[in-house]
Design a protein around this ligand. Structure first.
Ligand code: AMP
Ligand code: MG
Length: 411
């Protein structure tokens, strides 16, 4: 793909994503687990409802159940029994009769309506109905939530807490799911230290592995942490060899530029089939993707914002495919930008933005300010990406731009 504003040597973002996705093979191993352990697993089976929910007509109110036809003769009905949730009325409720009924209790075959207890007068067994009623009042019909045989979840659906509640309400105690994807995390850099360690001159505290671990765990991916590896060909190679044996995907950060201490490319050339890309996106230009002998490799840039954006916009979509999960849905809005945005044509920008509602009730966005790819705090203030296509130049205040709302993986 090329356009008027493509930059020689830079791969358009869309091409990078398409190429990446085409090379990912989903995991095939499945397991059957109790629903209480199934949160966030991806279904390896379709679920069709084995019953009606609710499975019997039941009352939406505490009150009295009756057949509406009874009112053709009298507004006073004779009380003949009661139906409680879990102890239904098993007798006969004929025309001219009613039963006491509680919320959720089964409605007898011969009744079709319920009146709230507030709208009747009780005189021993004589119940006077004060208002006109229409048939079916306050009745929750069998199957009104889910019908017998109805498709409930499709293959590839990732199970949320509510979904597990639905499975339980259907009486399904175990489900077949795909096994969790395993990802090895490696942070490269001589300057990196873990929090708790003492910083020597020129050192910094490592943050990428913590951000990535959190996002991977939210994706329900098992993380194998390889910690910090120094900028040394042999050490990086040893870490990659070991990670490749244990994980479905290996994610490194740092060392993908072309500086003297950037060994990721040379190690990968040595070990696997590597696509080393310079992507027309900002932040995140240097990004490596490829195959190790047993796993997929994503080499993220070291700068914290670049690492997050390339992970979120590229690697995550590949990992979701590897999980067999439905593609992630991201919410885009077109909104007015209230301040100028700096941009030169050539790369697709993911600027950090703050979306809000102005005094006129319109959605508006502005940038968080400095867009340096090392400024991780810009992601704390922001609630969206302002996504500017590669060909776009500067944006003037008042123009409409596309924003992508931060999803659960960032906030
Ligand atoms: P690199 O891609 O290795 O050239 O790193 C680019 C910048 O990101 C440098 O300023 C690094 O110190 C910084 N950096 C690299 N890895 C990390 C990390 N894991 N956490 C925080 N900053 C990092
Ligand atoms: Mg480095």
């Amino acid at each position: 793909m090329s356009d008027c504003c493509s930059v020689p040597g830079l791969l358009p973002f869309e091409d990078a994503l398409e190429n990446l996705l085409s090379q990912i093979t989903p995991v095939t191993e499945t397991l059957t687990i109790p629903i209480s352990q199934a949160l966030n697993y991806v279904l390896a089976q379709e679920i069709n409802s084995p019953l009606n929910v609710p499975n019997h007509d039941n009352s939406a109110m505490d009150g009295y159940a009756f057949a509406i036809e009874s009112f053709q003769t009298s507004k006073v009905l004779t009380l003949v029994g009661r139906s409680m949730a879990g102890s239904p009325f098993e007798g006969e409720c004929k025309l001219g009769e009613c039963i006491r009924i509680m919320t959720g209790a089964k409605i007898p075959e011969s009744c079709d309506s319920v009146e709230m207890q507030e709208n009747v007068q009780v005189d021993a067994d004589n119940i006077t109905f004060l208002n006109e009623k229409s048939p079916g009042s306050h009745v929750r019909k069998a199957g009104e939530d889910i019908q017998l045989g109805q498709p409930v979840f499709s293959l590839g659906h990732k199970l949320s807490a509510v979904d597990i509640g639905i499975l339980s309400s259907l009486g399904i105690s175990a489900v077949k799911v795909y096994r969790q994807v395993k990802v090895a995390l490696i942070s490269t850099g001589d300057e990196l230290k873990l929090p708790g360690q003492v910083l020597a001159s020129g050192d910094i505290y490592e943050s990428n592995s913590f951000v990535l671990r959190g996002m991977l765990e939210k994706l329900h991916i098992e993380v194998i942490d390889f910690g910090i590896v120094e900028d040394d060909f042999d050490l990086i190679k040893a870490a990659f060899v070991s990670a490749d044996k244990q994980a479905d995907a290996v994610i490194s950060s740092g060392g993908v530029s072309v500086g003297e201490a950037d060994y990721t490319k040379t190690v990968l050339d040595d070990l696997g089939e590597i696509g080393f890309w310079k992507i027309a996106m900002k932040p995140g230009k240097p990004f490596a993707f490829g195959k190790l002998p047993n796993s997929i490799f994503f080499g993220l840039p070291g700068n914290p914002v670049s690492a997050l954006v390339t992970f979120h916009q590229l690697a995550m979509l590949g990992l979701t495919k590897m999980q067999n999960a439905e593609p992630l849905k991201r919410t885009h809005l077109k909104v007015k930008c209230v301040k100028d945005l700096k941009k030169s044509p050539g790369r697709m920008d993911f600027q950090r933005g703050v979306l809000s509602i102005n005094d006129q009730g319109e959605n508006v966005v502005e940038s968080t300010g400095s867009q340096g790819s090392g400024i991780l705090s810009s992601l704390v203030q922001a609630n969206c990406f302002i996504v500017l296509p590669a060909a776009q130049g500067r944006v003037n205040a008042g123009e409409v731009v596309t924003v992508q709302l931060f999803d659960q993986f960032i906030i």
